[in-house]
Ligand binder design. Structure first.
Ligand code: OAD
Length: 251
């Protein structure tokens, strides 16, 4: 770590130590250190697959088996994935009351697995399915997956992954809650998002306009960097571990 990085880490730890209302906002870069691919960038999912073939309602309705196969493949890859040490840091901050809420665009459920229960999953959760007819919702592993597409055990309708697809609105009450948390935050820690997908990308801007300090962790500059008070150009797991090391000196 360079001296510049070191100074930024110390400053970030100071902001976090003084925060009364720390909110974390994340994207796929947070899960990258656990081995889950991001969406954009060289190894990103949207470089290998076309979102319009797999992540829209039209694609699902025209070929639900193909879309389910892709989601079940992504779910199967999650089985061997564990929350990395950066998640452990955030989970500890949550337990001791430093971190108040997490808002994530990720659908992998890793925050919940790491023991943080105040999590807003803006884009849904890949481990759940919901019925397109009666809206019955269930964890995928409780459903019969022996033949595809998955059928609703209540009404025999078509079950779909419980995620937000391109062209679909976010749940308004979930989005309102996220905006409210952003307005009330005094420090927002933004981790691993390109900041190109709206309305999620408004969240750091709302925090900033409400007077919050914005700390960003990302391996490269993003659309959020222009409003970041501190930009830490490191991987999520590494940056969080360093910040935690300095934070523990204050406690
Ligand atoms: P992206 O793939 O657009 O961006 C990932 C960001 O993480 C980039 O800015 C990378 O530089 C950064 N990054 C990569 N590895 C990292 C690491 N180890 N540590 C820190 N940062 C790292 O993913 P999102 O911003 O999450 O939507 O994308 C937003 C939405 O677009 C997703 O929720 C998904 C996608 O289409 C839906 O599925 C609705």
């Amino acid at each position: 770590m360079s001296n510049i990085d070191n100074e930024l880490i110390v400053k970030a730890a100071e902001y976090i130590y003084r925060a009364k209302n720390l909110i974390v906002f994340t994207g796929a870069g947070m899960s990258a250190d656990s081995g889950i691919p991001t969406f954009r960038g060289e190894d990103g999912l949207w470089n290998r697959y076309r979102p319009e073939d797999l992540a829209t309602l039209d694609a699902f309705l025209s070929d639900p088996v193909k879309v389910w196969r892709w989601y079940l493949w992504r779910i199967s890859r999650l089985k061997s994935v564990k929350p990395h040490k950066g998640y452990n840091v955030l989970s500890r901050w949550y337990r001791i009351g430093i971190l108040k809420y997490v808002i994530t665009q990720n659908v992998d459920g890793l925050f919940i697995e790491s023991g943080i229960d105040k999590v807003i999953e803006l884009h849904g959760n890949i481990l759940r399915a919901r019925c397109t007819s009666c809206r019955y919702s269930s964890p995928i592993d409780k459903l019969d997956r022996s033949s595809l597409p998955i059928i609703c055990p209540r009404c025999y309708g078509l079950m779909r992954p419980d995620v937000v697809w391109f062209g679909e609105p976010l749940n308004p009450s979930i989005l309102d809650k996220a905006y409210q948390l952003a307005r009330e935050s005094d420090v927002m820690l933004v981790i691993g998002t390109s900041g190109v997908v709206y309305p999620a990308a408004y969240i750091p801007y709302i925090a900033k306009e409400s007077g919050s300090k914005v700390i960003e962790i990302n391996v490269e500059e993003s659309m959020i960097t222009e409003i970041s008070d501190i930009f830490i150009g490191l991987r999520a797991a590494e940056a969080l571990t360093y910040i935690d090391k300095y934070l523990s000196r204050y406690r």
